[in-house]
Design a protein around this ligand. Structure first.
Ligand SMILES: Cc1ncc(COP(=O)(O)O)c(C=O)c1O
Length: 383
């Protein structure tokens, strides 16, 4: 398998330490220099006239939603800006009136904090959470979810792209099938904005709640997330805090959390413009091919087990040998050893039978970085 042609000048768009192979874009993203400059200019504006800045802020936030909506292929009326997916999932879960005995389904590929948020909400309502195991090599991970539905399943949380395993769930089909059975759908699309077509349009039977980060794959400042709420739920959304704009209802009621730094949201469209300039299709194709190239090297040179990839996804996962990273406490030392000995940042998640190592690919990455990781990993795993 060949690596894609590098995107000239892309690495210089970021201020990443050139001595490190940043192969974990999926966890925290990386903010391009020009987006940081735009945010710095907004902060300067804020400090020059705080009163004026905050008085005009609601209008500017509304304009930002409108600017972001085309990337998400949706109507800005359903969108709210939030700090991150962690907040967004809490808003969504809090807005659903679960009854005692109700069940929330999550999967074992779900993000740990999201699954724990479901547990907390369920416990408050006397409801329960069931975790659906999805085989690491499942051809269609959504099948396991549909097969697991029970008579008391009230809501399902599914990922568009899974964090530990970098798999895409066919959420459009899954959401339609769940909605037909009267099940409330929450789509954790933390990785979708910028990476994939978001598929959240209500016209095609959209999910009840959909949330994604813009600071992962859409070049936005950290933290910037979007929550999209289906029309039927908008009046019932329960904000995490009570603030100004509360009386006006959704989306202002979830966006405002008092005096805070909202400049990241306002600078987010600069990241989208950069992506357009680089070419959205070119960026996506580059990233997908580079991640697949990196995975192939990890299989061929480091002898790790390939896990299925998903088209369009800029991350790939491989299986570590049995005994490695099976437990949470083994993960950090392994990631630290890879950083110290190979100068690379990767993501590792514990998994019974051998942990899962995930690599990401972004425009700043180069084939040599994955080659270095693949060539050195056996030594690190060997002790
Ligand atoms: C699938 C998924 N959901 C949720 C999150 C949480 O995102 P945040 O930390 O920005 O709230 C992540 C972060 O990596 C994720 O990968």
């Amino acid at each position: 398998m060949d690596a894609p042609e590098p995107i000239d000048g892309a690495a210089e768009l970021f201020a990443l330490d050139p001595g490190v192979a940043h192969l974990n874009h999926g966890s925290y993203g990386a903010v391009p220099r020009e987006v940081r400059r735009a945010q710095a200019a907004l902060r300067a504006e804020q400090e020059a006239d705080p009163d004026g800045f905050f008085l005009e802020l609601p209008g500017r936030v509304a304009a930002t939603r409108t600017a972001i909506a085309p990337l998400l292929g949706t109507d800005p009326a359903g969108l709210a800006l939030l700090g991150n997916v962690t907040e967004a999932v809490a808003v969504a879960l809090d807005s659903i009136p679960f009854a005692p005995g109700d069940e929330i389904l999550v999967t074992d590929h779900g993000y740990g904090v999201v699954n724990r948020a479901a547990e907390r909400r369920a416990a408050e309502c006397g409801a329960g959470v069931r975790t659906v195991p999805v085989a690491l090599d499942a051809a269609d991970p959504g099948e396991a979810v549909l097969a697991a539905l029970g008579p008391r399943t009230r809501a399902v949380v599914v990922d568009r792209v899974t964090s530990p395993t970098a798999r895409e769930f066919a959420t459009r089909e899954l959401v339609a099938a769940l909605a037909a059975r009267g099940v409330i759908t929450l789509v954790d699309a933390a990785h979708a904005p910028g990476m994939l077509d978001p598929q959240l349009d209500a016209a095609v039977g959209g999910p009840d709640f959909w949330f994604g980060n813009l600071h992962k794959w859409a070049f936005a400042p950290r933290p910037t997330a979007v929550l999209a709420v289906a029309p039927a739920w908008r009046e019932r959304v329960r904000p995490l805090t009570y603030s100004w704009e509360h009386e006006g209802g959704y989306p202002g009621n979830v966006e405002w959390r008092g005096t805070a730094d909202y400049t990241g949201w306002l600078a987010a469209p600069v990241g989208l413009a950069l992506m357009e300039r680089l070419g959205v299709a070119r960026v996506r194709e580059h990233n997908e091919r580079l991640a697949a190239y990196g995975q192939a090297l990890l299989v061929e040179r480091a002898g790790l087990g390939a896990l299925p990839g998903s088209p369009g996804v800029s991350m790939r996962a491989v299986r570590l040998p049995a005994g490695v990273a099976e437990r949470e406490e083994q993960v950090r030392p392994l990631m630290a050893a890879v950083r110290e000995r190979l100068g690379a940042r990767i993501a590792v998640r514990p998994w019974a039978g051998g942990g899962v190592l995930r690599i990401s690919a972004q425009v700043y990455n180069r084939a040599e970085e994955y080659e270095r990781l693949a060539d050195g990993l056996k030594g690190v795993l060997g002790g």
